[in-house]
Design a protein around this ligand. Sequence first.
Ligand code: PEP
Length: 257
Amino acid sequence: MRKKLLAGNWKMNKGIKDLAPFFKDFGGEIGLSSGSSPLNKVDVLFAVPFLQLAEARKITAGTGIRIAAQNVHFEASGAFTGEISVSMLKEIGVDATLIGHSERRQYFGETDTTVMKKVQMCLDNGVTPIICIGETKEERQSGVTNEVLSRQVSAVLEVIAHPEQVIFAYEPVWAIGTGLTATNEQAQEAHAFIRSLLTKKYQDEAQKVQILYGGSANPANIDGLLQQPDIDGGLVGGASLKPADFATMVKAALKLS
Ligand code: PEP
């Protein structure tokens, strides 16, 4: 059985001073300090702003909580003002990053090609890419969701030798930060379709890949989503900013594990 993963995406929120109180509250809510760690059963990750990575790693050391970046550059080094390389992440012990979040595609010119190059850079350096894909509202309304997902997935497949080295996040753009959530059925259908694309290339290995749902997931709707056979967790924006809310979502995953 695939382990469930609850991943928080803090986007451009929270400062260094917020980290200790957040993780204290969150750890308390999920019972991190008591005997057997709940994180043996469920994976928990936070994608935090670059400047918070080192401190977040320090504060969560030994807890099992994984700290990830939200982006990385596709070149190893050089004249790319304002960018961060994979080796810089690794230097501070960060071994995972979001790639191709729709906000990066929408506001910062991320394309299927840059996503592919970033995934390759991550995999060449032992960093887990969490690859975000998903259709816009217009694409869903015009019935091309599967074409969009196929295009986004095939853009990265050529650089992925073993699919369990990556995590996918299906995030319908119309559901991100809007309060609109895909229904359990819509989400399951998209996840099953993504897994079928992976199965074509990797056969049984595709069963090992965690595919997360993202798009206004919250404590009220997470149960139904997590019960879908191809939904292996959530990539959570807004609701990951509140320790109690995110802890409730982790506990929902624990109940199913
Ligand atoms: C996200 O940031 O990936 C996301 C899904 O945000 P939200 O949960 O706020 O919709």
